[in-house]
Design a protein around this ligand. Sequence first.
Ligand SMILES: [Zn+2]
Length: 169
Amino acid sequence: MEDILSDWEDRINFLSDHIEELESQLQYYQNLVAEKDTLINNLIRENNSLKAQGIVNEQPISIPTEPPQELQYEIAPQATVPPPNLHPPPVVGISPEIDSINAEIDMISSVPIDNVVSFDSGLRKRQCPQCGAQGFAIREVEDKSKLISYLPHRIYAKKRVCIKCRNEF
Ligand SMILES: [Zn+2]
């Protein structure tokens, strides 16, 4: 029984690290999207403001009648017609990997976690106090100088390392 618990604990620890990594990536992409949203809003505002000042030329861009020289090439009639693609590529979007990870997360959620492991660690903000870097720049490593528990297996305290300024915190 204890072996099974220990196995589960290992697996949960592994998955919780994995979740933390993914949350960090998620945060990174959310920040990226937010950044782009802000940029778009700023550009829209700027564009509206320029329109209001009459600076933006509303005339459509005129297209030259003569195509540029390098684009003039002859298209030879196609001798062979490629066979229809019977196996279209998979839809690009949410990768199956994420689905399987979601399944893993569901699995973890269904496991009673009374005193097994705390998931708080993944929710802590990963940001370097020295240079402000966050997300991918912050690696979590075991601090071998701080042994928390020896049995059933060695557990070390964790420390975070900023790969940008090498700050450890
Ligand atoms: Zn840093």
